[in-house]
Design a protein around this ligand. Structure first.
Ligand SMILES: [Zn+2]
Length: 111
């Protein structure tokens, strides 16, 4: 018997469209989705709380979380190699695949 559950879109489990790294989605306090690296990173600043809420910890709070052995995650936006290449200073050129997702026109088609 085949169940028709959604495949590849299980809650909190996904892959980065840019670099295909495994990521997980959580939501920040404002309810906006935040892509986190799937694997915990001791130097990460983001914790996942109940209801897949996430927020970055700072200062003492972060140190305390480390002592408590809480799992910390890195925001994938900060580590994604595909995104890093865009950030190089002086470039300022948005790659085509990102322009598309931003709803921008392809370069060169019109001024
Ligand atoms: Zn990525």
């Amino acid at each position: 018997m085949v169940t028709s559950k959604k495949i590849g879109k299980r809650a909190g489990r996904a892959w980065c469209r840019e670099c295909h790294a495994p990521i997980q989605w959580a939501r920040n306090r404002e309810g906006n989705p935040v892509p986190l690296d799937e694997s915990p990173d001791p130097s990460g600043r983001w914790v996942i709380e109940k209801g897949r809420r996430t927020r970055p910890l700072r200062g003492v709070e972060w140190e305390r979380a480390q002592e408590d052995g809480r799992l910390m995650f890195t925001n994938h936006m900060a580590t994604c190699p595909a995104r890093q290449s865009i950030r190089s200073p002086g470039e300022g050129v948005c790659p085509p695949h990102l322009r598309e997702s931003l709803g921008l026109r392809p370069r060169g088609s019109d001024g």
